[in-house]
Write a protein that binds this ligand. Sequence first.
Ligand code: HEC
Length: 184
Amino acid sequence: MKQTAYMKKAGLLSIVGAVLMAGVPSPAAEDLVSRRQADMKAMAAAAKTISGMFKDPASYKAAEFRWAADTIRDKSGAVLSGHFASETASPQSKAKPNILEERERFARIANDLRDYAVALDAAAQNNPGSMPASMRMKPGETMGGGPLGTHVPNEQELSAMPAEHAFHLMLQTCTTCHVRFRME
Ligand code: HEC
């Protein structure tokens, strides 16, 4: 059958329509995007709290430090990965599509983040009073690895290193994930 120009155009329009429809995020997807972005913001605020106490150890309060570490602990690991478990094409999201293709790597980084947060929680639990020098990095102490070439310490290494060192490695974990999985 010979298609008229009109029929061709109508066919094309319906394809365009279908593509547009598929790209419209459902309310549930929008909720998920807002939730995971809110979690990220809460983790950033918590990291800032901890950073402030290392900068000014006199301001250290174990309970607050712990609360911040626990905030990151509870929003990382499987919880974090779970927020990115399915395709949520949303104009609001800066998540890259390669998260789905590289799920294992994404989950591993999310778990590393959790391990660091657990180590920070333990440090605060062990030091309920003022911040001892042992929690802080010694001048010139090497951090090891860059944001892209991190050696992830095992549990023993983690508990042996000063909390401040673990904290810096934790921040590198944020960067490692963002560089690979978040749009500019
Ligand atoms: C395993 C990967 C991963 C880790 C680890 C991670 N992030 Fe993110 N982060 C993302 C992705 C992906 C986005 C984009 C989410 C979106 O827009 O849907 C994001 C977005 C953000 C945002 C922007 C939120 C917004 O309102 O749009 C902030 C702030 C942030 N992350 C902070 C952090 C901090 C601080 C850490 C470490 C304590 C961290 N992230 C660890 C993957 C990660």
